[in-house]
Unconditional design. Structure first.
Length: 246
């Protein structure tokens, strides 16, 4: 059922949104106890317009950000933990080609590699050693049977291809952007503010909330980064029932 929903989402990811009074914007409230560990057990997800910013918030039943992947000492086969907001925004909104898949905002931690080369998150003068700190990305997600029964992956860039990419693309062969929006993690909540103006119209855009573990392939090749373990989905079926509200 979930994979069928994912494919339906992908087919309709760029559909024009028509809002009515009955379809008013709202967050997603979820039942407690759907996931372990509790720092990935989603109880509320929202995206709101606040002034010039789009504010992403996710609340869990435990202490957010308290679990991180164990270092493996190598990139191949390494693990990524993530808090993710799949959205109805077109992939072109952040600088990729249009209609490339499901555009999602993510907050991630992965101790075995750094994919924010423009930023020194831990302030030690080295931009390439802080992947374990929670940081933000835009990613484009598509299903791929190579990840296991149509599971999602971050879309790969074929060798030799020269697609349109954001200025803050971190030079990985996947559709990922490292915009440098710093997450705030306190108690049960993850919050990130991102400038809204560059994204185009956002009020009424649909979204969902997901907590997941991703895995770099053993060959570090296509597919490079698969969603290996979904901990929780705010809606239960990844139907993107939330709507951005001002």
């Amino acid at each position: 059922m979930l994979q069928t929903t994912l494919r339906a989402m992908l087919a309709g990811a760029t559909a024009t949104l028509t809002l009515t009074a009955a379809a008013s914007a709202h967050p997603i409230d979820a039942a407690k106890g759907n996931a372990q560990p509790t720092d990935f057990d989603i109880v509320r997800t929202e995206i709101v317009l606040a002034g010039d910013d789009l504010v992403f918030r996710m609340a869990v039943s435990g202490k957010a950000g308290s679990s991180k992947p164990a270092p493996s000492g190598k990139l191949a086969g390494s693990t990524v933990y993530s808090y993710v907001w799949p959205t109805g925004l077109n992939s072109g909104a952040v600088g990729f080609e249009n209609d490339q898949g499901i555009l999602a905002f993510a907050v991630t931690s992965h101790p075995d590699f750094d994919d924010t080369p423009l930023y020194d998150e831990n302030g030690d003068g080295d931009n390439a050693n802080d992947g374990d700190l929670w940081h933000s990305h835009w990613v484009v997600l598509v299903p791929d049977d190579a990840c296991g029964n149509g599971a999602l992956k971050v879309r790969d860039i074929p060798e030799g291809a020269k697609p349109k990419l954001p200025k803050t693309w971190p030079s990985l062969p996947i559709l990922i952007d490292s915009p440098g929006h710093k997450p705030q993690i306190a108690g049960p909540q993850v919050t990130v503010r991102a400038p809204a103006a560059s994204l185009g119209p956002t009020e009424g855009v649909t979204f969902d909330g997901v907590t997941a573990g991703l895995r770099v392939s053993a060959s570090v090749h296509s597919p490079l980064l698969c969603v290996a373990n979904v901990f929780d989905v705010a809606s239960g079926d990844l139907s993107l029932p939330g709507r951005v509200v001002e």
